[in-house]
Design a protein around this ligand. Structure first.
Ligand SMILES: C[S@@+](CC[C@H](N)C(=O)[O-])C[C@H]1O[C@@H](n2cnc3c(N)ncnc32)[C@H](O)[C@@H]1O
Length: 264
């Protein structure tokens, strides 16, 4: 796969726009499920970009974004910017750790997820990721749907660089292979019903990768201090990978897998 460099303008909107992938996921879910979906959870919701896409498609549903308290301000700011959108009052946010959802068993029809299991690994470790999947199983009713979006590390030089950088940075925010998630979900009585590859064939230039890595090294340990999250210094990462990044760029989310499971 040939990956193109982001322009600086594209890079600054890269995570927000994501090449329209969230919109495509919402469309795929809507075509698979139709309208009979009352309560949708978006976990972990981050700034809520998937919540909003899903609310636009599922016009009868309520969408609840779930994340940590530090996500609340950004989520509600973006929701409130959309005050005049038809989905505005059907979308809300609750601060709650994904490993212990404050919701009754069997209370939801659909859980959507766009990345973030790597962040749960950062804050709660591998055990936390497994607890999160068990919580998904608990709060979904029988027959309900779980959608996961997982990044797969590719094998071009720029993708391998991204994998090595994220493995070396010390935050523990890395995805595991797809089987790790699907094996656990099989144990929890989920059946994989759809698996779709979605590509975002873009890579960061050196100045953009520098900004990304600096942000991760400086801010993640501050934001997630209460979880004991640590990273190595930016200089350490840049001295190891800087010249490789100058040559090849860095591509972190170029290949995504969208997995749709049904709770048996
Ligand atoms: C990559 S973002 C999610 C992106 C989002 N789904 C989207 O569509 O843009 C990951 C989020 O997970 C949150 N997070 C990390 N650990 C968590 C936990 N234990 N429980 C809930 N949320 C968590 C972080 O605060 C962060 O906002």
């Amino acid at each position: 796969m040939d990956l193109e460099y982001f322009s600086d303008e594209e890079y600054h909107r890269a995570f927000i726009d994501f090449g329209g992938v969230r919109e495509e996921i919402a469309r795929l879910l809507f075509h698979s499920l139709g309208m009979n979906t009352e309560i949708i959870l978006d976990i972990p919701a981050g700034h809520g970009y998937l919540s909003f896409e899903v609310a636009k498609r599922f016009k009868q549903s309520r969408v609840l974004g779930i994340g940590l308290p530090n996500d609340c301000t950004a989520y509600l700011r973006i929701r409130n910017q959309n005050k005049f959108s038809p989905f505005y009052d059907r979308v809300d946010f609750t601060a709650c750790d994904a490993t212990r959802l404050a919701l009754p068993a069997g209370s939801c029809d659909l859980i959507v997820n766009f990345l973030g299991l790597e962040d749960i690994r950062m804050t709660r470790g591998e055990t936390g990721v497994l607890q999160t999947l068990s919580e998904f199983a608990r709060v979904l009713r029988g027959g309900a749907i779980l959608e996961l979006t997982i990044a797969e590390y590719g094998d071009t030089p720029e993708e391998e660089i991204a994998k090595s950088v994220w493995e070396s940075i010390g935050l523990n925010a890395v995805f595991q292979p797809i089987n790790f998630y699907s094996d656990k979900l099989n144990e929890l009585d989920f059946k994989l019903t759809k698996k779709r590859k979605m590509l975002y064939p873009k890579k960061m230039k050196a100045n953009q990768a520098r900004e990304e890595i600096e942000f991760a090294c400086l801010n993640a340990p501050k934001i997630y201090k209460s979880f004991g999250v640590n990273s190595v210094s930016f200089d350490e990462i840049w001295s190891e990978f800087g010249s490789l990044i100058e040559t090849h760029g860095m591509a972190y989310w170029s290949k995504l897998w969208v997995l749709i499971f049904q709770k048996v």
